[in-house]
Write a protein that binds this ligand. Structure first.
Ligand code: ACO
Length: 431
């Protein structure tokens, strides 16, 4: 028998019976969709206990430290798969066969170039513009290049959008960096892997030969996998909400990037490095921990905590190991910042405040240290995240639009403003 829950009211109003739905895993959800007809809404600012959609893409059990994409644990994907395969999996629901993988990679390669006119969009920014500002602007501007004839309800059109975005966003990110540096834009090299091609566009110049280090390229590819999707977080929900109105998908992904940029979300990797820079020395860790515990300071330990994960995120564990590989490859084990980070991690994880609140280091805590060791500047960290998360965003957008019954997202509110009142003409208003 299907489980239900009954809402009863203290004033004797008729009770309401609501169905309880159970997904494959996770907490059961109370389906409240009929509440409006009974004259009630629910109130849950920040969506702390509200499921906003059904999804078959990613499952996180924060208490158990479990993260799966389409049923495959992240540990298996990170070590046995590659980013192209994971992107295909997110998008199509199954791992590709060898032929499907080859066709997918070919399609991605086919789309890596940006329209030549897009160079002008980059050149419209001031030279010092933050790479995320440039990425948001340029990705949004793609909507001007790919709009007419686009039918969001045509699966083939959606597939082209997804391939274009996965292919072009690395070029956009690398060019945002080159523009900051005042170096010429580097065109994609389709003989290289996805991650190696990105390194080539970031670090090669016309003056010297450049060959991406395969150990670093593999590590970067794994970091991309670890950032590819994380179910209904702020940026993914932004993409879904924007896309629910049938808006141009390139503009929707730019919206997701804007949400990601915030320091409480994907901007945390940049904030972690600023925090470590500010600390400067292991001796100052206790001072920062004390500030993080003091609510009046407004300061949080960046790279710690996660809405969904109340155990250590498996992705964070893998990225930590990847960091070891990268620092070994580069001979940078003695990096002073790395030492501060490791000591901060040790002290915080031993501290009652962080233990009680289940505040563990998240992926962003480690990624910045690895990026910096690879020569990627701090201002580019969130752009790296956006690049990889594009695969998840397009998969979630596609999933939403594949459901013919999907509705435009339209949250309700608890209005606390003035009651209706009469307009007072200007000459009758008091000082
Ligand atoms: N440092 C110090 N205290 C913290 C931290 C932190 N990093 N994170 C949470 N807390 C405390 C809060 O003050 C609160 O304490 P209280 O119960 O005494 O009031 C408690 O832990 C719960 O915090 P909430 O803000 O309610 O947790 P929420 O789930 O809303 O926030 C968030 C999650 C935004 C990630 C938060 O942990 C945070 O701000 N972390 C730092 C920023 C960060 O690293 N963001 C990246 C997240 S990963 C990602 O988005 C890709």
């Amino acid at each position: 028998m299907k489980k239900t829950v009954t809402l009863t009211f203290s004033d004797g109003s008729p009770s309401i019976e609501l169905p309880i739905e159970q997904g494959t895993y996770g907490k059961p959800v109370i389906d409240i969709r009929t509440l409006g007809a009974h004259g009630y809404f629910t109130h849950d600012p920040g969506f702390t206990a509200t499921s906003s959609c059904t999804s078959a893409i990613t499952y996180i059990d924060g208490d158990e430290g479990l993260l799966c994409h389409r049923g495959y644990p992240i540990e298996e994907l990170a070590y046995k798969s590659d980013f192209m395969e994971v992107s295909y999996l997110l998008l199509h629901g199954e791992l590709p066969t060898a032929d499907q993988k080859m066709a997918f990679e070919q399609s991605i390669r086919h789309h890596t170039l940006l329209h030549d006119q897009m160079e002008n969009v980059f050149r419209g920014f001031r030279r010092s513009a933050h790479p995320m500002a440039v990425m948001i602007g340029v990705t949004g501007a793609m909507s001007a290049f790919y709009h007419d004839g686009m039918d969001n309800f045509n699966p083939k059109h959606r597939e082209i959008v997804a391939h274009r975005l996965i292919a072009k966003v690395p070029t956009v990110a690398a060019w945002a960096f080159k523009f900051n540096e005042g170096q010429p834009f580097v065109y994609p090299q389709n003989r290289l892997s996805y991650a190696a091609n990105f390194m080539h566009m970031m670090f090669s110049t016309p003056c010297e030969p450049y060959e991406p280090n395969p150990v670093l390229a593999r590590a970067l590819d794994r970091i991309f996998i670890l950032h590819a999707d994380h179910e209904q977080n702020a940026s993914t929900s932004t993409v879904r909400l924007a896309g629910s109105s049938g808006a141009n998908p390139y503009a929707c992904i730019a919206g997701g990037m804007a949400s990601l940029w915030g320091p409480l979300h994907g901007g945390a990797n940049e904030a972690v490095l600023h925090m470590l820079d500010e600390m400067g020395d292991i001796s100052r860790i206790p001072e920062f921990i004390a500030r993080a515990k003091d609510k009046s300071s407004g300061f949080r330990l960046m790279g710690f905590g996660h809405r969904g994960d109340k155990n250590m995120d498996p992705g964070a564990r893998i990225i930590r190991e990847t960091g070891d590989e990268v620092l070994d490859e580069l001979g940078r084990r003695d990096d002073p910042q790395f030492k501060i980070a490791m000591e901060l991690e040790r002290i915080a994880m031993d501290d009652e405040y962080f233990i009680e609140r289940k505040l563990y280091p998240n992926v962003d805590f480690y990624s910045g240290i690895i990026f910096r060791a690879m020569g990627i500047p701090t201002s580019m960290f969130t752009a790296m995240f956006a690049l990889a998360r594009t695969a998840g965003w397009v998969a979630q957008w596609n999933e939403m639009l594949s459901d013919p019954a999907h509705k435009i997202g339209r949250p309700r509110q608890l209005y606390t403003g003035a009651a209706c009142r009469e307009f007072v003409p200007l000459d009758k208003r008091g000082a």
